[in-house]
Design a protein around this ligand. Structure first.
Ligand code: 2E4
Ligand code: SF4
Length: 314
């Protein structure tokens, strides 16, 4: 058996930035750092930060007044931000800049009273945060998840203008199909030039598709609540190659890989590289021979962290 590694895989610029914000905040403030929601959707990242004293909460009301709060990479609604301000919390915003970009677009539509359609997964924190930028009693924002939802959509009859935006981690192919059906039903709808799906999501999905052409099985390393990891597993499966989503090497069952000659590995944007290394080591222990990277789009994107948190990082 040989191992083929998807490239790019694993941490994206938004995740690296979020983790650096929390790590530097720990060093600078030397106080408990509270994080609203899991900073990123990976249980190993969360475990490591917990060990360093970080406290994760789901509600702002669970944080003592005047404490330090970090907003997770998925972003928060205006309401949540207001609650944090009211409690006089010091806010460190680890929302990915590419999520913030969508927030600003939705906010603009809200201010202009433009009825808006948001494509995303119900209940996901990014979706709650982004929809929560639409703060207008006269306008409306509709959440849709599928083509069937487009069929069911009813828009105000006198709505001359209509916008759409999307979650950053959706499936490229399926989202294109939803947008096409939106455009068929509402020819006057307008949205971003490209969907709001980010560069990292796009590159990781393309890398899995490339991998699927040369392997007999794919491992996607990523937690079950990670939308972008779930999409990678779905896309792998859609190519017809048996795909297993795993948290770590411990989830691997030897009988899965009995007759496998080429095994592909990728990791979601929130999955640390040490989990990939562990899987490789485990597979080598049970007989894997060569390991090779399958190169896709090179990534050079890097996001700065807020200036007051930078002096520690070189
Ligand atoms: C924010 C936006 O959104 P997803 O569930 O994929 O988040 P995860 O934490 O797994 O990945 C990082 C991230 C954060 C992706 N997009
Ligand atoms: Fe930002 Fe994209 Fe990474 Fe999400 S997957 S944190 S939008 S770079």
């Amino acid at each position: 058996m040989d191992i083929l590694l998807a490239n790019p895989r694993g941490f994206c610029a938004g995740v690296k930035r979020a983790i650096l914000i929390v790590e530097n905040a720990l060093k600078i403030y030397k106080k408990t750092i509270y994080v609203k929601h899991e900073l990123v959707h990976n249980q190993y990242v969360i475990q490591q930060l917990r060990k360093k004293g970080v406290v994760f909460v789901e509600k702002i009301s669970d944080i003592p007044n005047n404490s330090i709060v970090v907003f997770s990479a998925h972003g928060v609604s205006k309401k949540t931000e207001k609650k944090a301000i009211k409690k006089q919390l010091i806010i460190l915003n680890a929302t990915c800049p590419l999520v913030t970009k969508v927030h600003k677009e939705v906010e603009k539509a809200s201010k202009k009273n433009i009825e808006t359609i948001f494509i995303g997964h119900k209940g996901h924190p990014e979706v709650i945060g982004t929809i929560g930028q639409y703060n207008n009693k006269n306008g409306k924002i509709h959440l849709i998840e599928s083509i069937e939802d487009v069929d069911k959509l009813s828009i105000e009859k006198n709505s001359k203008k209509l916008n759409y935006f999307t979650q950053t981690t959706l499936s490229i192919t399926y989202t294109k199909a939803i947008i096409e059906s939106l455009k068929n039903k509402f020819p006057h709808i307008s949205g971003p030039k490209k969907e709001d799906i980010c560069y990292a999501t796009t590159n990781r999905q393309n890398a899995v598709i490339k991998l699927s052409k040369i392997v007999d099985m794919i491992f996607v390393i990523g937690s079950k609540n990670s939308s972008n990891s779930n999409r990678l597993a779905e896309i792998g499966e859609e190519t017809g190659v048996c795909t297993k989503q795993i948290e770590s090497f411990q989830d691997i069952q030897v009988n899965w890989i009995k007759n496998i000659k080429y095994i592909g590995i990728t990791a979601g944007a929130s999955a640390p590289e040490f989990l990939v290394t562990q899987v490789i080591k485990y597979l080598q222990k049970i007989g894997a021979k060569k390991t090779k990277e399958v190169l896709g789009t090179e990534e050079k994107i890097n996001f700065n962290i807020p200036k007051h948190l930078t002096f520690l990082s070189s």
